[in-house]
Design a protein around this ligand. Structure first.
Ligand code: FDA
Length: 316
């Protein structure tokens, strides 16, 4: 995609030696703080308050993925429950109106990849979080991970929606299947976050060129805006932001019937511009100590990030 080195960076990021080198490199921390709100929940809540004050909404992500044991999955659930308690208190104190607060969860962090009953464990954990979120008046969306998890993730989302119809799903425009998933999921009240996709995928399942991914994103926008759901346009790309605006005009959707979403630390001025213009703008705010996978996906997305990172190493 935009960065020709992206597949190589994502492949290298799986190596334990690369992980150790990057995690301990002297320049890493300063760049991580550009994309991650901090390691503690207090850091995440401080970032949340600032974003709310600026007129933006938030979706908080407790960083972590690929949980390999049940104990760790339970630690993740406990952290999300504490976070939901804090967000509920914020809402009750009048600091955030209805549904300006959301959490995003990765099912792999909740146990989806565990060898025995992973799907069921992840569903039970996600259900527990949805119950807590409902009491707190907070929304939940389920992140999209690599394509081997898509069927499992969408079926868990569908099971959750039977009891919690407001649960959001994430679809990745780079996957060849996504147009069809958009058609299936564009029904009444369905909240769909459309992103381009951040993992390393082969040509058999995913479009490889920027132009193909962008075309797919536009086709998916047309389906979602033409449906009865609530499209969440997760992109920093000015062309996709314009395309969403055009779809809203074409389909007569007011600004309360869709939203834009961007990642913490990316195109902050544009985030504020959209919020000030009266468009709903939600910022995805990651926090926690397990920032490595998230950070590497951000490095891989943009050559300039990698250059900046390498330069910061060289100047030490
Ligand atoms: P594109 O990559 O073309 O970037 C457009 C412009 O945005 C760039 O020119 C640059 O200005 C800016 N930009 C983009 N990435 C940047 C970066 N890392 N650093 C600095 N500037 C950058 N993916 C996934 O697979 N599963 C998921 O669940 C999610 N969830 C998610 C939620 C939200 C709210 C967002 C915004 C994104 C995701 N993603 C994701 C990530 C997504 O798939 C994608 O990798 C990034 O958003 C980058 O794609 P863009 O659409 O922004 O376009």
């Amino acid at each position: 995609m935009a960065n020709p080195l992206r597949p190589a960076i994502l492949a290298a990021s799986r190596s334990p030696r690369v992980k150790s080198a990057i995690t301990h490199a002297p320049g890493t921390r300063s760049l991580v703080t550009r994309f991650v709100a901090g390691e503690s929940r207090a850091d995440a809540l401080a970032a949340t308050r600032a974003l709310l004050d600026s007129g933006r909404s938030v979706s908080l992500d407790h960083l972590g993925e690929d949980t390999t044991d049940i104990t760790q999955a339970k630690v993740v659930v406990a952290e999300y429950r504490s976070l939901l308690g804090d967000l509920g208190a914020l809402a009750e104190a009048g600091e955030a109106g209805a549904r300006r607060l959301e959490v995003s969860v990765k099912l792999s962090a909740l146990g989806q990849a565990l060898p025995r009953d992973g799907d069921k464990i992840a569903l039970d954990h996600a259900r527990e979080l949805c119950e807590a979120a409902q009491s707190a008046g907070v929304w939940v969306s389920v992140d999209a991970e690599d394509h081997t998890t898509t069927d499992s993730t969408l079926s868990i989302v569908s099971a959750l929606r039977a009891d919690f119809p407001w649960v959001g799903a994430v679809l990745q425009a780079y996957l060849r299947r996504t147009e069809s998933d958009c058609r299936d999921l564009a029904g009444p009240d369905s909240r769909i976050r459309l992103c381009k996709g951040a993992y390393r995928e082969s040509a058999s399942v995913a479009f490889q060129s920027t132009a193909e991914v962008d075309d797919s994103y536009r086709r998916c926008l047309t389906i979602l805006f033409g449906g009865d759901g609530y499209p969440m346009v997760a992109s920093h790309d000015p062309a996709m932001i314009d395309a969403a605006g055009a779809e809203a005009r074409r389909t007569g959707r007011g600004p309360d019937r869709y939203e834009h979403q961007m990642l913490f630390g990316i195109r902050d001025v544009e985030q504020q511009r959209l919020a000030d213009a009266g468009t709903r703008m939600r910022v995805y705010v990651p926090y926690g100590a397990q920032w490595y996978g998230y950070f590497m996906r951000r490095l891989a997305e943009r050559p300039a990030n990698l250059t900046f990172f390498l330069r910061s190493l060289a100047t030490r």
